[in-house]
Ligand binder design. Structure first.
Ligand code: SF4
Length: 688
């Protein structure tokens, strides 16, 4: 590689790529809970009740506030529901709940103008506020495009007038899946299209001297979402704006998948110092969302609060996207995997990222210990069954197993133990930097893994390291802002023109349960403690490793968390790779969180669909509660299951309607028939 030709540019979208520094935005008042500026990152969520069910909505709102929500959003599909927001608000205030309310608007300017007189904030979707969505490709001339903008301005202007008069804030909430045909025709289905969709509305607001704005750029694909928010900030800075950011991943799904996907998207931006409010969208009860958002956000309370002054430094730096003709090896706005060589035809290059787990403290006398690594052992056949989520390496340290390992599982040993192994087949050494330099002829001819940190790059030991294509780094960090520390390592590797594959390792030391605490039900307490740790692991590891993977950094991941069972670590690692779309090992469900428009029980339906299709690796299935927003919000799903009326489901292949208004009790069978007729069905494999 020619290092001279390489440019690594910081973005203008954040204060620093290598240090934590919160990007300070304009303070906006939403009722009496301000957002942006130096205010804490706010937590919010959305009700799932019918907005006409006043008592149900009031009670759910109170549960959400008790769970930690600082703003509560309620859908207002028509004037009727918008008017009922007054009753909901009255009942809440009577019960002593003063949480600011947000009305969610799609397609209905008249409902927005009613709601803006009642609640503290309205959310409008620029993709459907005054635009059409018929999936038409229309070629606009510049003149026609400007005429369309003028038409939208005239439709939007009355709402801005009401917001100014009533002191109501507004969120310009762009969704990747519901970009208008107009934006799609000009910019395509891109982060740039998302940004432009919002910027058009922001510019209109500014023309009307209205600045009480918050902006969001949601997508169900964390990579698209991250790129769109970064590009939005860069665009706003270039136009002298700094509106607060509402962060969220849409249709993230439920359980582990939903938490991991949300953390990859939201966490990556929080690591960049971006974000003033967070909504985690889960296909679960809405009060389950706030604790997840709080856990994500709380990590940053301890990190240094630098001022935004640093962001000015970059203002003269051209954007990476503007540097046409130069060889840019890193752009925060486009995915490009860092180029590495393929070591031992197994790791790096075009290989999927590898997964390592630590089994050195496990019972290595029992072959079923490998179940946690995705190798299911059958004592009857004395055989392992490998699956889509079988790890690639187990780290055994200085421990030796007393059974035969599966033929395709690689083992890592500390160098001194590896040296003494009689049979080194698929066994590889893990060195310190000094050990590796001193090892000389004792190195492996196949694969040598060397532990390294960012700080090591400036040492003599690093300067003396022998380079050959058997070398793979295991990158560790002990820094509080570890993602930025590890990102700095990658940026330096790019600058030095080094194409050595890197496994990114993160170690989490969660608190163990207090052994002295006595409880009537110790087992239940322990289970609940492990469940909390599990959630923290999902959120933190997804943030720390996901933020690197979405930028194309990392040829493998290794998560250590002593207090958690290895099976949980394996599943989290594969979940992160799936959410970053760097290694697909299961079906992806793009399921909406449900709201007052929902036509069926999202949670039950998602579980039912999952139980029959979870073996269809790589397939993306959208499960959406309503036909108004569902088809647009499904984004790039391969198949869609969308509520189209009471007890009626409409089935989609991509954007195409295949069957309309199928009875709910037949809809899943019909969906499976469509998947089968497309040749995308395989039968599930029974465990041996
Ligand atoms: S797709 Fe789901 S969350 Fe979105 S509006 Fe419809 S029911 Fe509500």
């Amino acid at each position: 590689m020619n290092a001279d030709a390489v440019k690594v540019l910081p973005g203008k979208y954040c204060n620093s790529l290598t240090d934590y520094s919160r990007f300070v935005t304009r303070e906006v008042f939403i009722g009496d809970v301000p957002m942006g500026g130096n205010n804490p990152i706010r937590i919010q969520s959305m009700t799932t009740t019918d907005t006409m069910d006043t008592i149900g909505t009031v009670e759910q709102t109170i549960r959400m506030v008790n769970a930690g929500c600082e703003y509560v959003r309620i859908t207002a599909p028509s004037i009727k529901e918008a008017n009922n927001l007054a009753e909901i608000k009255k009942q809440l205030r009577m019960r002593g709940c003063n949480v600011p309310l947000v009305a969610d608007i799609h397609f209905t300017p008249n409902a927005a103008e009613v709601a803006a007189r009642i609640v503290e904030k309205v959310r409008v979707n620029p993709g459907n506020y005054a635009d059409k969505k018929k999936f038409d490709q229309i070629d606009y001339t510049d003149l026609e495009y400007r005429a369309e903008l003028e038409r939208i301005f005239q439709k939007f202007k009355p709402l801005v007038g009401v917001c100014k008069e009533y002191g109501t804030a507004m969120r310009i909430g762009t969704n990747h899946g519901s970009l208008s045909d107009r934006i799609m025709s000009r910019y395509g289905d891109t982060p740039q299209g998302m940004v432009e969709s919002a910027m058009e509305f922001i510019r209109m607001c500014e023309e009307l001297n209205y600045y009480n704005l918050v902006v969001s750029m949601k997508s169900s694909n964390p990579q698209v979402m991250v790129q769109a928010y970064r590009l939005l900030v860069e665009t706003m800075v270039a136009e002298g704006m700094n509106y607060p950011l509402h962060l969220g991943v849409t249709e993230a799904g439920d359980g582990e998948d939903g938490r991991i996907k949300s953390a990859v998207g939201i966490g990556t931006l929080l690591e960049d110092g971006l974000g003033d409010t967070v909504r985690v969208s889960l296909t679960e009860e809405p009060e389950a969302e706030a604790p997840v958002a709080i856990a994500l956000v709380q990590r940053y309370a301890l990190r240094s609060q630098k001022s935004k002054v640093e962001s000015q430094k970059n203002e003269t730096t051209p954007s990476p996207l503007e540097r046409a003709g130069e060889r840019l090896l890193y752009s925060p706005y486009e995915y490009k995997k860092r180029e590495t060589y393929e070591a031992n035809a197994f790791i790096g290059g075009h290989m999927v990222p590898r997964v390592v787990i630590d089994l050195q403290h496990a019972n290595l006398k029992d072959p079923s210990v490998l179940n946690a690594a995705g190798y299911i052992y059958s004592p009857l056949l004395d055989k392992y069954n490998m699956g889509e989520q079988s790890v690639d390496f187990v780290f055994l340290g200085d421990s030796l197993p007393s059974f035969n390992m599966p033929g395709n599982l690689r083992q890592l040993y500390n160098y001194n133990t590896w040296k003494k192994l009689a049979n080194k087949m698929l066994c590889h050494p893990l060195f310190t930097l000094e050990e590796y330099t001193a090892a000389d002829a004792d190195r492996s001819s196949a694969l040598n893994l060397v532990r390294i940190t960012h700080a090591d790059l400036d040492t003599d030991a690093f300067g003396a390291i022998p380079l050959d294509r058997s070398l793979v780094f295991v990158l560790e960090t002990t820094e509080l802002h570890g993602m930025a520390d590890q990102r700095s390592f990658f940026l330096k590797m790019l600058e030095m023109g080094l194409d050595i594959p890197v496994i990114v390792k993160r170690t989490y030391d969660f608190e163990s349960p207090n052994p002295k605490s006595k409880s009537q039900n110790e087992e239940a307490d322990l289970a609940s403690h492990i469940s909390d740790l599990n959630t923290n692991l999902q959120l933190f590891a997804s943030t720390d490793l996901g933020a690197l993977l979405v930028d194309g950094f990392g040829d493998g991941i290794w998560i250590d968390a002593l207090q958690l069972p290895s099976g949980i670590i394996t599943s989290t690692a594969f979940g992160i790779l799936q959410a970053t779309r760097s290694r697909i090992s299961k079906t992806e469900y793009i399921s909406c969180p449900s709201c007052g428009r929902t036509l069926f029980d999202l949670m039950v339906t998602t579980q039912m669909i999952r139980s029959r299709t979870s073996h269809l690796k790589g397939l993306k299935i959208g499960i959406m509660g309503c036909i108004v927003n569902g088809p647009g919000e499904m984004a790039d799903a391969d198949y869609g299951y969308v509520g189209s009326g009471p007890d009626k489901i409409t089935l989609y292949r991509g954007r195409e309607v295949v069957k309309k208004n199928v009875n709910t009790d037949k809809a899943l069978d019909e969906l499976i028939d469509i998947i089968k007729s497309d040749g995308n069905w395989i039968d599930a494999v029974e465990d041996i």
